[in-house]
Write a protein that binds this ligand. Structure first.
Ligand code: MD3
Ligand code: FE
Length: 217
C-alpha cells in the first residue's frame, strides 16, 4: 500500500442532490475509480482518437469527441445520428469497457433507474475555452431510458435549463468524480456547459473528460 499525491483520499458517500424530479447529482460517485476509468478511456482513444465533429450548420464543435459501445453519436453536414461505425476509420467503435458499463449501471441504480444497459458512450474532451451551447439530447430512440454523465478532470459549470431554450438556466459546478443522472421528466431539459476556465488536474492535465452513457436504440 502506498499513498500517492495523485490519489484522492477516500470520501464518505454523499447524499444525492436532487436537481428536480428525475435529475440528480451523485457527488464523488466515480472518484475511487477515476484513474482506472481514464486508463480505459485512453485505450478507447488509441482505437478511435478524439476529433472535432462538424455540425449540420457547418461549424466545428469546440468539444473533441469519440465513442465506445455498439453505437456512437456523430454529427456531420447531413445531421446528427447514432452510427455503429466510426466514420473516420470505417470500423466499429471500440467495445464499452466493462468498468465503464458497470459504473453507469451502478449510478443509474443509485438514482432510482435499475437495469440501465447503455449501448452508447459518448466521450467528450474539453480544454480551457471549450463550451457546449444549450441543446436537448433528442437523437435517442426511447426517452424512457435515463442518461448517465461522469465528469473527470478539471471542473466545469453545467447549465441546467428548462423545457424551452429561453427558460432561465441554473448553474451547477461539476467536479472530478461527479456523476449526474437524468431521466423521467428531466430527460428533455435544455442543457450546456460554460466555457472552461484555465485549470490543471493531476490525472488529465488541462482537460475535462465527460462520459455520457445512453441507451440509443
Ligand atoms: C441533461 N454533454 O454530450 S453531460 C452531451 O458535460 C452533453 O459533456 C455535457 O450535454 C458534458 O450531449 C453534459 C450531462 C447531460 C447529458 C445529457 C443530458 C445532461 C443532460 C440529457 C438531458 C438532460
Ligand atoms: Fe447533451
Amino acid at each position: 500500500m502506498s499513498l500517492s499525491l495523485f490519489d484522492d483520499p477516500p470520501q464518505p458517500a454523499q447524499p444525492p442532490e436532487v436537481l428536480e424530479p428525475g435529475a440528480m447529482v451523485l457527488r464523488g460517485f466515480a472518484l475511487e475509480k477515476a484513474a482506472d476509468l481514464l486508463q480505459a478511456v485512453q485505450q478507447v482513444t488509441t482505437q478511435a482518437p478524439f476529433r472535432h465533429l462538424i455540425t449540420p450548420g457547418g461549424l466545428r464543435m469546440s468539444v473533441a469527441m469519440t465513442n465506445c459501445g455498439r453505437l456512437g453519436w456523430v454529427s456531420d453536414r447531413s445531421g446528427y445520428r447514432y452510427d455503429p461505425l466510426d466514420p473516420d476509420s470505417g470500423q466499429p467503435w471500440p467495445a464499452m469497457p466493462p468498468l465503464l458499463r458497470q459504473l453507469a449501471f451502478d449510478a443509474a441504480q443509485a438514482a432510482g433507474f435499475p437495469g440501465f444497459a447503455p449501448d452508447a458512450c459518448l466521450i467528450n474532451r474539453y480544454a480551457p475555452g471549450t463550451r457546449l451551447s444549450l441543446h436537448q439530447d433528442r437523437d435517442e430512440g426511447n426517452y424512457a431510458h435515463p442518461i448517465v454523465s461522469v465528469s473527470l478532470g478539471i471542473p466545469a459549470v453545467f447549465l441546467w435549463g428548462g423545457a424551452q431554450r429561453s427558460d432561465k438556466a441554473r448553474r451547477i459546478a461539476l467536479m472530478h468524480g461527479d456523476v449526474v443522472v437524468w431521466g423521467g421528466p428531466a430527460r428533455l431539459r435544455f442543457h450546456g456547459v460554460l466555457p472552461l476556465p484555465e485549470a490543471q488536474h493531476p490525472l488529465t492535465g488541462a482537460h475535462r473528460i465527460n462520459l455520457t452513457f445512453r441507451k440509443a436504440s
